[in-house]
Design a protein around this ligand. Structure first.
Ligand SMILES: [Zn+2]
Ligand SMILES: [Zn+2]
Length: 392
């Protein structure tokens, strides 16, 4: 099963949908225009059911195969939201909204899944039900969780779920996946350290929060090298470090530092939270500063199920001869993790060539990847719910 011929014919349509989404980027749950175009297209294709407003602005389409005696239901997921980034990519379909941009390629994911839905509506060459899930708010809003909390899995009786993300740095046409953890958890901390401001020349009468915060920052990074098993992976990054002093000769009264903690398993996640708390509170106490720490758990680790990963690999191999089966996990996170906590399934990377990285203002989704992505989505449905006859 190479790229399905139909996707050669549909390629132009899918590109048109993507460029339209790209020109009209919307953030988080505010994906009203995108969701409504997705729903209209799904109805045009002839989906058996199209349900809007699941998880605020999520859209779900149900496609029944020529047979449904198997009782099987398999879900496919794409995300629809963009990012608050000013586009600098040199494309003739650039964002029409300054300060918003599809810099993570979710326009591509949505268009590729629409292509698969159109193909599946035309061919229905499977025994069961395909459920296409278009979610809002992947970029920090946990849109997947919002849809699950509104009963996505039970309402549509989804038994397995599959998702995909484009990946700059991997060749177009390449698929990459691994069983087990493939993307990290993403937790956040915010530390407010209050000391005693003063004159730079009289440090003994002050409590120097800048120096205390600097020690905390260095020691947070020692957690990675000294508390974490060297064979495990944890990232601790402070993204902000702000003192309330605006002058070289003033000792700051207060420092606020915010950061991100990434792990690939729950044990390390627990350890990191415990050690960050101990380091922050211990160092502040040692130097007489007051500290307020807020530690927030975000997206869980994205864990591919073993058997589903094998299915994902088999389908990918049918489409491309460039399939990396034991790819290294990476430390960004995905709210598809919530879907894989709810149901077995797998998440795969699709090469996006040498474009700038996701979330970069010059990032460009490669339209040549579309036939591979749409073929994989559709291929999962035909492989997991075979009708007894196969295309190609
Ligand atoms: Zn992103
Ligand atoms: Zn993304």
């Amino acid at each position: 099963m190479p790229i399905k011929n139909r996707f050669g014919q549909l390629h132009k349509d899918i590109i048109e949908w993507r460029h339209d989404f790209h020109q009209h980027p919307e953030l988080l749950y505010e994906v009203h225009r995108t969701a409504s175009r997705v729903a209209d297209l799904l109805r045009d294709f002839g989906c058996n059911k199209v349900i809007e407003a699941v998880g605020q602005t999520g859209v779900v389409g149900v496609i029944t195969g020529t047979e449904s005696s198997s009782g099987k239901v398999v879900g496919l997921r794409a995300d629809m939201d963009a990012l608050p980034i000013m586009e600098e990519a040199n494309v003739d379909y650039a964002s029409k909204t300054p300060g918003k941009m599809h810099a993570c390629g979710h326009d591509g994911h949505t268009a590729m899944l629409l292509g698969a839905a159109k193909y599946l509506c035309e061919t229905r060459n499977f025994n069961g039900e395909a459920v296409v899930v278009f979610q809002p708010a992947e970029e920090g809003g946990a849109g997947a969780k919002a849809m699950i909390d509104e009963g996505l899995m039970e309402r549509f009786k989804i038994q397995e779920i599959y998702g995909m993300h484009n990946m700059p740095g991997r060749a177009v046409g390449q698929f990459a996946i691994c069983a087990g953890p493939i993307l990290a958890s993403a937790d956040k901390f915010k530390v407010q350290i209050t000391g005693k401001g003063g004159h730079a020349a009289v440090p003994h009468e002050a409590i120097d929060t800048t120096l205390i915060a600097a020690q905390i920052l260095v020691n947070l990074n020692l957690i990675v090298s000294r508390s974490v098993d060297p064979l495990k992976r944890v990232v601790i990054t402070a993204g902000t470090f702000k003192t309330d002093s605006n002058a070289a000769n003033v000792i700051a009264h207060r420092v606020i530092m915010e950061g991100s903690v990434r792990c690939l398993d729950e044990d390390m996640r627990g350890l990191a939270e415990k050690r960050v708390t101990e380091v922050v509170e211990g160092i502040a106490l040692a130097h007489g500063a007051k500290v307020n720490l807020v530690y927030e758990r975000g997206y869980p680790v994205t864990v591919n199920h073993d058997v589903s990963t094998q299915y994902a690999i088999e389908v990918a191999k049918g489409i491309s001869n460039d399939v990396v089966e034991n790819a290294d996990p990476i430390m960004p996170s995905e709210d598809f993790s919530y879907m894989l906590e709810a149901r077995p399934g797998a998440f795969i990377f699709l090469g996006n060539g040498d474009s700038a990285m996701c979330h970069h203002p010059e990032y460009i989704f490669d339209d040549n990847a579309i036939p591979f992505g749409s073929s994989w989505y559709a291929g999962i449905i035909e492989a997991r719910m075979p009708n007894g006859k196969f295309e190609n």
